[in-house]
Design a protein around this ligand. Sequence first.
Ligand code: ADP
Length: 166
Amino acid sequence: MAEQRDGTVVCPGSYDPVTNGHIDIITRTSAVFERVVVGIVNNPMRKDKTLFTAEERRDLIEEATAELGNVEARIFSNLLVEFARELGAKSIVKGLRAISDFEYELEMHQLNRREAPEIESVYVMASSQYSFLRSSGVKELATFGGNIDDLVPPYVAARLKEELGR
Ligand code: ADP
């Protein structure tokens, strides 16, 4: 039977930096859809400044997904639904960790739906071993010398140590 894959999807996020939780969602998404574009939000207006530049965040994602043939990483600075339209994406795929993600995602879904009713949002449940994992937690742990080795790939851990050691 032919593989059941369908179209382009976008996995948006800050990815500051990419974690094993993100990689899990991206990998599982890439097994279902034909082409996965990891969209890295570049928002210079935001008050909460990122630790890594958009280009650094993209490079780390590229390294993390190099073995997945149908995944690419792109930076975007416009509205998510506009970016999705530019790519010809049918869906936005997001990971859900816990109830706390749900409320925010429901709100975002409704806003996006209002802007672009033709783009469907799809949610992938976090794997249990990553359901507590977020980039901000990893940065906090790394800042205080905690062990992050099983939370991010080795090159991400090395870059974090470098960046936070400054
Ligand atoms: P965060 O800063 O919270 O790690 P991002 O904004 O970079 O998250 O998230 C990008 C996407 O990845 C979002 O859909 C988010 O819900 C999802 N995500 C982040 N961490 C995980 C995880 N550990 N498991 C599943 N999904 C996750």
